[in-house]
Write a protein that binds this ligand. Structure first.
Ligand code: FMN
Length: 330
């Protein structure tokens, strides 16, 4: 009997496939359809730090401009400040609690943040609404050459959030760190329960007829999975928390590769957009078929088998592979 169950962030999952945060996980109907087709957990669509701060600022400005309405009382402003924030999050919190009531799989809240400003107390609300865990998509822009505190900011965000909530916290990161291996290791030692590798930036393109910037592809292709695969394999034996793989995972074969590299779970979005929620059921079938062929009856029996190649000196391993393959091509 093949058993696909796995643990992630201390949560028991029935298999290693999670619905990644996206528009697919932004409604109750969406998450219900995903559960019906077999995903083991859902990461809800992110709420953006800016959404909260912008709304608050607009209302505070209005209040300032209408002293007759708001009578300039600091308590009133405090109330508006709080009220707007609550409203902005209201729908999100409602989605969490409704999803928790309707689904039997774990529901993970998600915040996309760019700073360690005044948004962190909302994490507590997400916990109170019933979320089983929280994923922080820390979206610091590596193109920002003014931000000298770029990497330190990750640690500040984590420290602040961990002081607010007791549910497990994951961070979703980009690969743009000065030294990714050192940073991932240090981040894994902060008390987060998982690191999700990697988030995806908007990918620009150029229209050569109009000679203007164009929007690149919204959805990923399987070719984009190789960086995730490489870094999961490099880091899976070195971190103090779980690793979730995301980006370019489209088929059961892709999921098996990520597990062999050492991922605890996979998070998928594009393949569901392209093929519908029943793609999850097809992926699960393919994993079971492969496990049956190889004689594995649990995921733990083969997780991380390939990451062993990277043990010891991963840089030397990479160099050796480079020399072996590229130097032979004429
Ligand atoms: C339409 C769309 C919306 C997304 N929205 C979010 C989001 O709100 N928060 C987030 O962390 N990631 C978001 N993502 C990124 C996905 O969670 C995922 O990490 C990424 O798409 C790579 O996985 P994939 O190759 O399976 O698509 C979104 C992706 C897509 C395609």
């Amino acid at each position: 009997m093949i058993n696909l169950s796995t643990e992630y962030m201390g949560l028991k999952l029935k298999n290693p496939i999670m619905a990644a945060s996206s528009g697919l996980t932004g409604t109750l109907d969406g998450v219900k359809a995903l559960e019906k087709n077999g995903v083991a957990a859902v990461v809800l669509k992110s709420i953006f730090e800016e959404e909260i701060l912008l709304d608050t600022n607009q209302q505070l400005k209005e209040a300032d401009e209408n002293p007759m309405i708001y009578s300039g009382l600091s308590e009133t402003l405090d109330y508006i400040d709080m009220h707007i924030r609550e409203d902005n999050l209201g729908k999100y919190l409602e989605l969490i609690s409704k999803a928790k009531r309707s689904l039997s799989i774990p529901v993970i809240g998600s915040i996309n943040c760019v700073s360690h400003q005044d948004w962190m107390h909302f994490t507590k609300k997400i916990e109170e609404a019933g979320a089983d865990a929280l994923e922080l998509n820390i979206f610091l822009n590596p193109a920002d050459s003014e931000n000298k505190e770029f990497e330190k900011a990750y640690f500040k965000v984590i420290e602040n959030v961990l002081s607010q909530v007791s549910i497990p916290v994951a961070i979703k990161i980009s690969k743009y760190f000065t030294r990714l291996s050192l940073s991932v290791k240090a981040l894994s030692e902060t008390g987060v329960s998982a690191i999700v590798m990697f988030n995806r930036f908007y990918s620009p393109d150029i229209d050569i007829d109009k000679m203007s910037l164009d929007i690149g592809k919204l959805f990923t292709t399987p070719e984009e999975q190789s960086e995730t695969l490489r870094w999961i394999a490099i880091m899976s034996n070195k971190v103090e928390c779980d690793l979730a793989a995301t980006t370019g995972i489209h088929t059961g074969v892709d999921v098996v590769k990520m597990l062999l590299a050492g991922a605890q779970v996979t998070q998928i979005a594009s393949t569901i957009y392209k093929n519908g929620p029943d793609q999850v059921a097809r992926i699960l079938k393919r994993i079971e078929k492969w496990m049956g062929e190889k004689g594995f009856d649990s995921v733990d029996q083969f997780r991380g088998k390939i990451s062993k190649a990277y043990e010891g000196n991963p840089a030397a391993f990479e160099r050796m592979q480079f020399m072996k393959y590229f130097s032979e091509i004429r």
